[in-house]
Design a protein around this ligand. Structure first.
Ligand code: CMP
Length: 145
């Protein structure tokens, strides 16, 4: 029943990490692991491999390797979907219009510097948690069979 997801506080919002974590916990999530890390551009490219070739990829790499980030494993019932709701839309301008209480509305700057990341599926949560916490024991991913 409990689901895990990977949250990242991106370089533009690390200064706001305490406030962001307060909102996360007040929204019913448990923080089960946390680490601060400064990625190389190569590691950032590896993490965001699915976006390779998109026009914003180079920007995203230099932004995500431009300073430390905080990777957090969150647990809650329905954690993946609920964390994406709490983050708000990718574009903070859009977030401020439609979801003014969301984290990107409150802390995001633009489409790249949008303060936080969240896994978009069970499979990516599993991959992304392992990326930052390779020793963590996770449930097998259901195959649907
Ligand atoms: P994130 O949820 O971490 O997943 C991919 C990231 O790429 C996204 O947040 C943004 O930071 C960035 N991104 C997505 N779309 C765009 C875009 N159109 N222009 C610039 N950056 C983008």
């Amino acid at each position: 029943e409990l689901e895990k997801t990977l949250a990242i506080i991106k370089p533009d919002a690390v200064q706001d990490a305490d406030e962001i974590k307060r909102i996360i916990k007040a929204s019913g999530f448990s923080v089960i692991a946390e680490r601060q890390i400064h990625l190389s551009t190569e590691q950032a490219g590896d993490f965001y491999a699915e976006h390779y070739g998109k026009m914003f990829f180079t920007n995203l790499m230099s932004f995500m390797s431009g300073g430390p980030i905080i990777a957090i494993v969150l647990a809650k019932k329905n954690a993946i979907e609920d964390w994406r709701k709490l983050m708000g839309p990718t574009n903070p301008m859009d977030a401020r219009e439609r979801f003014p209480d969301s984290i990107r509305a409150l802390f995001g700057k633009d489409q790249t510097q949008n303060s936080v990341h969240g896994s978009d599926s069970v499979a990516s949560a599993s991959r992304e948690i392992r990326f930052f916490f390779p020793q963590m024991i996770l449930e097998p991913i259901p195959t649907g069979q």
